[in-house]
Design a protein around this ligand. Structure first.
Ligand code: FES
Length: 276
């Protein structure tokens, strides 16, 4: 028997926001779905979001989940957490945030919180019309055929949660929990995915400024610019100005250019958001 928190049991027995969201065709809103897991793997989640286009705010969230107590509780919690948030704010939610909201999950059940975070990310990226960049299953070799888990997805969960053992990887994304044939490969990935030493806030700010100064000339060529506003933990706030501030591909610039470069050159789990 798993040792569940009271909040997990409460969300399991009384799940919030179960079901689908009807798309009424109102052009002011979009309804999108993120879907992760599969019935063959034992857990599957469909997360439905209703997004107000003008404010890019989630006004409604519902879920359909096939899975265990913690899968249902994680899905229910997630729908409560995202309601009223902007897409940027929702993207900042980590799987650990979902587990924390529930008062913790047993280590063996952390994959339920990962499933929720991935469904959320997938739904938002679908709304943005771009592919999920880091754990897209088609872009990376498949490591665990039992659970359909790619190499990049394993690397991401190791980095994001600072995992150090094959067993922990199995708890978070199930890889390695079937026939066991992939466990040696997961151990190799753990050995390769070395986290850099922690940076102080001052070191982080200096490195971020250095990266932004290399990007700035490209933005200025197009009549725009970027300024660092604030850094708190892994959260980085920047201001896009001039043409960059008004550009329709502002979000792509923010995530696929600035965030991608900062993750590569400063710290692998930074999340960049824009202030207006
Ligand atoms: S291939 Fe990963 S557990 Fe079977």
């Amino acid at each position: 028997m798993w040792d569940y928190s009271d909040k997990v049991l409460e969300h399991f027995y009384h799940p919030r926001n179960q079901g689908v969201i009807e798309d009424t065709g109102d052009p002011a809103f979009a309804v999108v779905t993120g879907e992760v897991g599969s019935l063959a793997c034992g857990d599957a989640l469909r997360l439905h979001l209703k997004i107000e286009r003008a404010s890019e705010r989630i006004v409604e969230a519902r879920f359909q989940t096939f899975g265990c107590t913690s899968a249902i509780a994680s899905s229910s919690a997630l729908t409560e957490m995202v309601k009223g948030r902007t897409l940027e704010e929702a993207l900042a939610i980590t799987n650990q945030d979902i587990a924390d909201y529930l008062g913790g999950l047993p280590p063996q059940k952390m994959h339920c919180s990962v499933m929720g975070q991935e469904a959320l990310e997938q739904a938002i990226y679908k709304y943005r019309g771009v592919a999920v960049p880091v754990h897209h299953e088609n872009d990376s070799p498949l490591v665990c055929t039992c659970f359909g888990v790619s190499e990049e997805r394993i690397r991401k969960v190791i980095r994001d949660n600072r995992l150090t053992t094959v067993e922990a990887v199995t708890h978070y994304i199930k890889a390695g929990g079937g026939c066991g044939m992939c466990r040696d490969v997961i151990a190799d990935l753990l050995a390769q995915t070395v986290m850099p030493p922690r940076l102080t806030t001052v070191q982080k700010i200096n490195r971020i400024q250095a990266v932004l100064s290399t990007l700035r000339p490209y933005f200025q060529q197009d009549g725009g610019d970027v300024e660092l506003v604030e850094v708190e933990g892994d959260q980085v706030w920047v201001q896009l100005t001039g043409a960059c501030g008004d550009c329709s591909s502002r979000w792509t610039t923010l995530k696929e250019v600035i965030e991608a470069r900062l993750r590569q050159e400063v710290w692998p789990t930074l999340v960049v958001e824009a202030v207006s």
